[in-house]
Structures are given as C-alpha cells and as structure tokens.
Ligand binder design. Structure first.
Ligand SMILES: [Zn+2]
Length: 565
C-alpha cells in the first residue's frame, strides 16, 4: 500500500494564500507524503471532487482547558474543520496549581468563563502541579491537537495564594512567578495570557488575580518569553481604548514576541472605535513589532438571564445586585426605589460596552406559558405591549419568572460593512470561538464556517485562499506551531475538506453532555465533509469517529523531562 489515505481530485488550497489548484494528496504515517497527480494504492480513498482540501483550522482562542478532560474532541470544534485548538487564554488555566489553589482557580473559571461549577467539580480530575504535567494528562486522550498558554491568574495564585486577588507582588514574588512561566514554557506552553478586564471577577466578586498585577510584574513575566525566544502574549481588557494600544506596543517592543489583544469589533456604543484602533496599532507594525487585534466573524450574541449575567456589570448597582443571593436579588428587582436607581445608572452617558438599545435585546426563552407569545420580541417591544418602560419590562418579567427568562443581545459585530473591513486588515487575527466558555450563553464555534460561508462566499470580502490562510498558516506562524497550517510534504496530515458552495454554521442547539448532566449549547455545520487529524478522519459529515489521534503540541522551548528510573 502506497498511502494510508488518499484524497483524490480536490482543489488544494494550501494555507499559503497562493491560488488553489487541482491535486491529490497522499498521506502516510500521519504526515503528508505527496501532493500532485497520484496513482498509488491507499488503505482509504476519499473522493474530494468539487471540494476544497485545506489545512485543518487552528482555533487559537478557546477555553477548553477543562472540557478536553471529559470531551476529547472539544465538540463542536471538528464539525467546523478545526483540527488544533489553543487553550489557556485570557489569563485562565488549570495549571500550575497546588492542591490548595484548585478551588480558587475554579472560582475564576465559573464566573469569567461561565462554566457551570458542578461540571468543573465532577469533570476535572486534578492530578498535576506544573503546566507540563497538565499537558501530559491530555496526551493520548484527545481527538484533536491541543496546545496551550499558561495563565497569569494561576501563576499568581500559586505564588501569592489568596493575596493574589488583593495586592501587588513583591520583587521576590515576581522572580518566583518568572520561574513558573519559565517552567511552563519548558513544559510546552505556547506563551502566556493575562487578564486586565475590569469586569472579570471570581465567583465571590473578587477581581481575578492578574488584575492586581502592575506593569512591572507583567513586563517581567514577558521578559521570560523574550529570554527563551518563544511564545505569544495574549491579553484581554474590558474595552480596548486608545491608551491600551500604547501598552500593547510596549509589550511587543520589549519582548519582541507577538502580542494578541481583544478585540477589534464594531460596537454600537462606539461605532468608529475600530478604525481608531487599527490606525493606532499601525505604527507598531510599521516599526517591525507585532500586536494583532482579535476579531470575531460572528456578532457576539450572548444568551443571559438575571440569574447569571455580566451584561450589566459595568453599572455599580446592577453589579452589586447580581452578586446577592437570588431571593434577595429578586426582591430588590421588584422594588420601585431600586429600579429608579438601576434606570438612572443606565441613563448615564459614560461610555459603556452595553449599547443601552432595548430594541437589540431579544427575549429568547420564557418560563411561564402565558409569556410564550413574547419569545422573539425585544425588550422594547415587550415594554410597549405592557405599557412599561424597558427597565421595568425586563425586571417585572424576570421577577415573574423566578429570574429564568432568557434574553439574547449582541453589543458587537452588528454592522457588516465594518466587520468586512476589520476582517481584511493584516493587523487582525480572526476567530474568537471562546469554545469551552459561556457554554450556556453563546456559541461561536462556527467562526470558521461563518467566515467561509458568510464573509467569503456571500459577501466576497476576500478570496477563499486568503481566508484559509488566515484560519491556518497565519495562526501557526504567530504561535510558532511547526509542521502545521500548510499543505506540504512532511507536514502533519490535518485537513478540513469542505464544499465552498454550502459551508455554513447551523443555529445553536442544546445538548446535555457536560459532567453531572449539565446542559450546554453546541453548533453543527453544513458543507464540512471531512475533518482529518494526523491522518485520521475524526469527523465525517458531522459524525465523530471515536478515534483519538490528537497530539499535545508544545512550543519551541519545550524540554522533555527525562523519565525517572
Ligand atoms: Zn477568552
């Protein structure tokens, strides 16, 4: 047999951005053996006539750190052509961790990434201390390839304990944190992530630990990346203002490493900010440094209820109430005096992420039979129907339904003309799937299928080759993932094989597959016919094979630990 797998007659779009061409691809031992007109024999042949054969997509922004421990495919990733995921974003990782750190780490994941606590308690079999040991836990147990960043929150927690959420670090503590970052990079991390989002708190209302770090601490940690010449620095703030760009610029210049920041988006509340951001970061690139803005291909539609939402956390009274026990909160929402306060805060004119547009907040799920007719209507519609003002309509309805009414709103990504321009920018890295996070509130798994379907096929903002490049080789290059992201002999046999005429994501749907029978949202896709990982077909028309060919990928500073004899 010449090949383990032969992909015949497809249009090869190789990730380089060059024009696609008709060719066959032969795979042997998990690697691409040959590309061209191939006639050899194969254990399996896939007829790819009419389909595009691309490198598997690399989803660089996930929070699958926990989910991969119970779901080896990080579903729904393979349904969208994703063959490699990066976890550990936004400062959050499950390692390094001492036993006494575990619950504090969980507190951040529960609130910031909205992963149900019970799923983490049941689903995470803690057994590691170092980052490398955590990665080792996944080896041989995953269906897709996985790499990770080490999170500043865990690093700080490890050194400062509970004081990590209370104060800045001493010089000695910074040195110990540098040691942990070095250990993580030598354990295989692809860089480091931090979190300065003023809305990101733990479950107990305390700020996530990285928010207490000053610039000197962060720069010192990034110096370790510079020293080892490896890895990216990934950051998140609440709303990227122009002064943040100076910070990204400083990080990029000082470390010489690629910086990733969130995010470049069209915002209803600040419709020209995206252009100011891209103009503001241009000098960094012009001088030869890299600070890529992340961009979503889908409006960040969030489903939320007054039981658990961060939507109003930027308004002090709203935020305080959201941290009260539900019965107390419910009572407060019913009081006229409290409502007057809540209304007054929203009527302020300070810049906020929340767009204050009740016509853009839709009711997606009602609990009581008599309210079913309201599903699909906006809060503004409900207010008009009930002769109330919108804040009263939102709170009355929520109180009536025991806070269970589910709403959906998107602060970003609403203007397609703008989003198209953002995605075209060379300073932008598309894809913020956030897979593994906000599992009951939103789905952005389909960033790749949306990119290919809506933005390339329907809106024609760029050639398909360019889009595939952005989903593959661009990411592999920035993160330093070797041997992936291109179709070339010797490269890993990771493929997304899709029909460019039909590829598109489905609507989100509920499943009950998280630990402790927890519900979450997933998303299927059309047109993604084969997702192939290291030569194995792991998803065929949405059907998962059960194979676990995924590899734990490690960054360039990785030093394998000699086996203890
Ligand atoms: Zn994130």
């Amino acid at each position: 047999m010449d090949y383990d797998l032969l992909i015949k007659g497809g249009r090869v779009i190789d990730g380089s951005g060059l024009p696609g061409y008709q060719a066959d691809v032969g795979v042997r031992d998990g690697k691409i053996a040959e590309i061209g007109r191939l006639t050899g024999t194969a254990a399996r042949t896939i007829d790819a006539a009419g389909l595009v054969v691309a490198p598997g997509f690399i989803d660089h922004h996930t929070h699958l750190d926990a989910q991969l421990l119970w779901d080896p495919y990080g579903t729904a990733e393979p349904w969208h052509g994703v063959t490699t995921v990066i976890m550990g974003n936004c400062g959050l990782t499950l390692a390094p961790a001492k036993e006494s750190d575990r619950d504090n780490i969980v507190k951040s994941f529960v609130r910031v990434e909205a992963i149900p606590r019970v799923a983490l308690e049941v689903g995470v079999p803690w057994s590691w201390h170092t980052y490398g040991e955590y990665l080792d836990t996944l080896q041989g147990k995953v269906g897709i390839n996985v790499g990770g960043l080490v999170g500043h929150i865990a690093v700080r927690q490890y050194v400062l304990g509970e004081e990590s959420v209370e104060r800045t670090a001493t010089p000695d503590e910074v040195v110990r944190m540098q040691g942990l970052v070095r250990e993580a990079l030598e354990g295989g991390a692809f860089g480091m992530s931090t979190n300065r989002n003023e809305r990101h708190m733990r479950e107990d209302g305390k700020p996530v630990a990285s928010r207490l770090a000053d610039d000197d601490e962060l720069y010192a940690l990034c110096d370790v990346l510079a020293e080892l010449n490896t890895g990216v620095v990934e950051t998140v703030v609440g709303l990227t203002k122009l002064e943040h760009l100076a910070w990204y610029d400083q990080l990029a210049r000082r470390s010489g490493r690629p910086v990733l920041w969130q995010s470049v988006q069209h915002r209803w509340a600040a419709p020209n900010m995206w252009r100011d951001q891209l103009d503001g970061i241009a000098p960094t690139f012009r001088d030869g440094y890299r600070a890529f803005g992340l961009a979503s291909t889908v409006p960040l539609l969030r489903r939320w209820s007054m039981k658990n939402t961060q939507v109003f956390d930027e308004f002090p009274t709203w935020k305080t109430l959201m941290f009260l026990p539900e019965p107390v909160r419910k009572q407060a929402f019913a009081e006229a005096e409290t409502r007057a306060k809540l209304r007054a805060e929203l009527e302020g004119t300070e810049k906020a992420s929340f767009h204050r547009r009740w016509d853009l907040v839709k009711l997606v799920q009602a609990q009581r039979p008599e309210n079913q007719g309201l599903v699909g209507k906006s809060v503004a519609d409900v207010a008009a129907l009930r002769g109330q003002d919108p804040v009263d309509a939102l709170l009355t309805l929520s109180v009536e339904e025991d806070l269970g009414t589910v709403f959906a709103s998107a602060n970003t990504g609403g203007d397609p003309a703008v989003v198209g321009q953002i995605l075209q920018s060379p300073y932008v890295l598309p894809g913020v799937s956030d897979a593994g996070a906000h599992v009951q509130f939103g789905v952005e798994f389909g960033y790749s299928t949306t990119f290919l379907g809506e933005w390339v096929r329907e809106r024609q903002i760029m050639p398909l080759e360019q889009a595939v490049h952005k989903l593959t080789f661009q990411v592999a290059t920035i993160f330093g993932i070797e041997d992936r992201g291109l179709l070339r002999p010797g490269y890993a046999a990771d493929f997304a094989i899709f029909d460019p005429a039909t590829v598109a994501p489905h609507e989100a749907e509920w499943v009950q597959d998280y630990p402790a029978d927890t519900r979450r949202l997933v998303q299927h896709a059309d047109g993604m016919h084969y997702t192939i990982v290291n030569g194995y077909v792991v998803s065929e028309d949405g059907k998962l094979s059960g194979d676990l060919p995924g590899q734990v990928l490690r960054g360039s500073a990785y030093k394998p630990v000699a086996a203890v004899v």
